[in-house]
Design a binder for this molecule. Structure first.
Ligand SMILES: Cc1cc2nc3c(=O)[nH]c(=O)nc-3n(C[C@H](O)[C@H](O)[C@H](O)COP(=O)(O)OP(=O)(O)OC[C@H]3O[C@@H](n4cnc5c(N)ncnc54)[C@H](O)[C@@H]3O)c2cc1C
Length: 383
């Protein structure tokens, strides 16, 4: 489908596609097998200015918006969603800086993030605070020297690999979620270390790790935004970044559709290519419908965000839910179309099915996001 992309958007998409095909494709199975962080590819992405896409020009970026970012994530995910989320994790970790950071904080950190010299990461999730992010327990006590952080974050994407961490902490424990704030912590800060590294079903090349804070002192100027705004900032952050997860889902679904179509053209059974059987044709048709419908919704929401729309919580959730459910259907059917070999690691579709699953879980599970959508519907009568 024609999406009327402008010249810059087409260039960005083509560059991301080239990196995906030339640099990621040859190593994706090895990265998955070894569960190795894709540092060489992060360097390729940095060298081709891909980290600049989401940073404003005054801080060394290209000044792109949500759509440009989605195009990069989609192309990388078409080949390897694990690489894509390592890239996108740096946006997640820098978003609060971009939106709420002081001029001084932006000048200090954003140029290095834009050049890809330093990766960023974002941590809100804790053992007792998953879907219920208002239940975080990590504290940051204000002292004359700054904030002293204690607690553990879990499942942090880019944990251990990134240099810059934005973490949600309680600066006023008594007020619960209303006492939450966002602090920036640099990797080598004393009292900050990394715990358990998760062994995952999919997106195995990405790093998912615990952040451990033990009397970790950070300067008061590392507060992003204002004290007490952390919960609202986090809810807002995910409204902006969920289309990126949806783009990840569109990319992996597109990759699976292509792999299944190619295989169905080549595979001969009963004297005919299996693509000549109507049962297979209809599966491929449904997969193509899913991919295109998801893409159209993701781009539409991204454009709404980029045009300065103020209320897009519901739409952002819809894009993430629809695209991730579609990705799960499409990748599962891709395995089915490849038959026995689809189940084998020699072919890429089993990895795609494993990689697709996470898109239904992180940045708000699809059940919780359906709650969000329903809540909006309950608020006012449909016009
Ligand atoms: C690979 C990976 C990377 C991640 N990266 C990050 C990161 O970079 N930073 C970060 O902060 N977090 C990250 N997360 C955390 C992720 O966002 C959470 O795992 C997710 O929000 C779900 O929380 P949970 O795992 O605690 O599940 P739970 O909240 O325990 O949910 C368990 C089940 O209960 C359901 N459920 C819970 N509450 C409700 C409800 N009210 N209504 C209906 N159903 C409900 C859920 O849908 C789910 O099916 C990552 C997680 C993974 C697996």
């Amino acid at each position: 489908m024609e999406y009327s992309l402008n010249e810059l958007q087409k260039t960005i998409r083509q560059m991301a596609r080239t990196i995906a095909e030339e640099k990621i494709l040859p190593v994706r199975a090895t990265l998955d097998e070894k569960e190795e962080f894709p540092w060489a590819i992060m360097k390729d992405l940095a060298d081709t200015d891909m980290f600049r896409v989401f940073v404003p020009e005054e801080y060394g970026g290209l000044g792109g918006g949500c759509l440009e970012l989605c195009l990069v994530i989609e192309e990388l995910s078409r080949v390897c969603p694990g690489v894509a989320v390592s890239y996108a994790g740096s946006l997640l970790g820098s978003f609060d800086l971009l939106k709420y950071g002081s001029e001084e904080q932006k000048r200090k950190y954003l140029p290095d993030i834009a050049s890809g010299k330093r990766l960023a990461a974002f941590g809100v999730t804790e053992e007792e605070a998953g879907s219920d992010i208002g239940n975080i327990k990590t504290t940051a006590t204000r002292t004359d020297e700054g904030y002293v952080i204690n607690g553990t974050k879990r499942f942090t994407t880019n944990g251990g690999e990134a240099d810059i961490y934005t973490v949600v902490v309680l600066t006023d424990k008594a007020r619960g979620a209303r006492g939450a704030s966002v602090l920036l912590v640099e990797k080598d800060t004393p009292g900050f270390s990394f715990g358990r590294k998760e062994k995952k079903m999919g997106i195995r090349t990405s790093a998912t790790r615990e952040l451990v804070f033990e009397d970790c002192l950070v300067p008061a100027e590392n507060l992003i935004g204002r004290e007490g705004m952390g919960f609202i900032m986090t809810v807002n952050l995910f409204d902006y970044t969920r289309p990126g997860i949806a783009a990840q889902a569109v990319g992996v679904a597109q990759g699976a559709l292509e792999a299944a179509t190619d295989y169905a053209r080549e595979r001969i059974q009963f004297g005919h290519p299996i693509i000549s059987f109507q049962a297979v044709q209809h599966m491929l048709a449904n997969m193509a419908i899913d991919v295109e419908a998801a893409r159209a919704l993701v781009y539409a929401v991204a454009r709404t965000i980029d045009s300065g729309g103020k209320k897009f919580s519901k739409e952002s959730a819809m894009a993430k839910v629809f695209a991730s459910d579609a990705a799960m259907r499409v990748t599962t059917d891709a395995v089915q179309i490849l038959g026995g070999v689809g189940y084998m690691r020699d072919y890429p579709v089993e990895k795609m099915m494993r990689d697709a699953k996470i898109t239904q879980i992180y940045e708000g599970t699809n059940q919780v996001l359906r709650n969000t959508i329903a809540l909006e519907l309950r608020k006012k009568k449909a016009s």
